[in-house]
Design a protein around this ligand. Structure first.
Ligand code: XIL
Length: 380
């Protein structure tokens, strides 16, 4: 009897040991994005509230293993961090900073001045004078609190129209067209140890790019610091705009600043008919079944298309690695992506490198291979 028990015990010990080795082997054999690109650029992800509160253990493991930069998806936006004139909500941002410090991750803070996700007290302001006071107080208070704790700020977000003119926002209407320079001036004063970026979507497109270049030159001409430009990178897996991206990297770098890709994702779902590719969060569309084809699975052919587009993009990034500071994905896994609800609510999108089970997709491996198997980037 005794013999039998000890035999069973050793068999189960062997089994447990076997399992542990297997698990270890799997963890060790999944390559790491941040390791793979460590000599090229930072690799980031957006973090949502659940992840910042460490309530998503599977995502947490991936963040620590794969990324060396994070951007808060929402919690540093004005409506959350300053909901009232004298009310600030720093808890989650403080938590994010502590998490990043503990895990040796850099924080890109997002964002100081943006026309969306503003607190209602601010949206209802009547006079230019109160908007000016809000503007100065918000930038100064928030940017100075995190100076030296975050790595970079998206100082101004999405100030441009598609044709390169300035968006008719509450800031433009009340402060005039110098408000972007002033935002950077205030940020520079409040956050002398933080890199300062202008961030926008579609600024790889020629007209909007020209608008961004004009903004950057104006900031520089005023003697104010701007360290980089963030191209959001909300594209589609069918047609990432490779030539425009390449041209943009060249033109922005020529201004003596870094280029970051700050919110990368490649939608796998049809764009509602007649709707231009836009990340404007107010520009939404109605649900219909045909526009939601991959609810049960994401077929092989689509996986391959996504993998090829990501490889094309990363080959280009590697070609210009000296000009690129960071590449950040807008989320860890397909379960959390904002594209499940934008521009149409309630769809099942598949734009990232990890699926809903937090497993690496073929696109993950195709990105890794751009580095490990050498670049095949075409010159355009
Ligand atoms: C999105 C978030 O992902 C969503 O959770 C939120 O509901 C709306 O905003 N450009 C930006 C980001 O700069 O802040 C936006 O993030 C996506 C478009």
């Amino acid at each position: 009897m005794k013999k039998k028990i000890s035999f069973l015990l050793s068999v189960s010990a062997l089994l447990i040991a076997g399992c542990a080795t297997n698990q270890k082997a799997t963890a060790q054999t999944t390559p790491s994005l941040k390791e793979t690109f460590k000599n090229d650029f930072l690799i980031g992800t957006a973090m949502n509230t659940q992840q910042i509160e460490e309530k998503d253990p599977a995502a947490d493991a991936l963040i620590k293993q794969q990324f060396n930069a994070v951007t808060p998806e929402n919690i540093m936006k004005a409506e959350i961090i300053q909901p009232g004139w004298d009310t600030y909500n720093f808890d989650l941002a403080d938590k994010l900073v502590a998490y990043a410090q503990k895990n040796n991750i850099k924080v890109n803070a997002h964002t100081l001045i943006w026309h969306s996700q503003l607190p209602s007290f601010m949206r209802h302001m009547q006079s230019a004078d109160s908007v000016k006071q809000y503007f100065e107080k918000h930038i100064t208070t928030v940017a100075s609190r995190y100076d030296g704790k975050v790595y970079s700020w998206d100082v101004v977000n999405e100030a441009l129209n598609e044709d390169g003119t300035l968006r008719n926002s509450v800031f433009l209407r009340n402060l005039g067209d110098n408000y972007i320079v002033e935002a950077f001036r205030l940020a520079q004063k409040a956050a002398p140890n933080t890199l300062l970026y202008y961030n926008d979507y579609n600024i790889e497109q020629p007209k909007k790019r020209a608008g961004a270049i004009a903004i950057i030159k104006k900031i520089q001409a005023a003697g104010v610091r701007i360290d980089g430009v963030g191209i959001q990178g909300h594209w589609h897996m069918d047609n990432p705009p490779l030539q425009d991206i390449e041209q943009s990297i060249k033109e922005f770098s020529a201004l003596g600043i870094k280029v970051a890709f700050t919110e990368l994702d490649l939608s796998a779902l049809p764009n509602p008919r007649g709707r231009a590719n836009s990340a404007d969060i107010s520009n939404t569309a109605q649900y219909n079944e045909q526009a939601n084809p991959y609810t049960k699975s994401f077929p092989d052919s689509a996986q391959q298309k996504l993998a090829k587009s990501y490889a094309d993009i990363f080959n280009l990034f590697l070609k210009y690695k000296n000009n690129i500071s960071r590449v950040t994905f807008w989320g860890v896994d397909d379960g959390q992506t904002w594209l499940n609800d934008f521009p149409v609510r309630g769809r099942t999108n598949h734009p990232l490198l990890f699926d809903r089970q937090y497993q690496p997709k073929p696109a993950f491996y195709s990105v890794i291979e751009t580095k490990t198997k050498g670049s095949s980037a075409k010159a355009f």
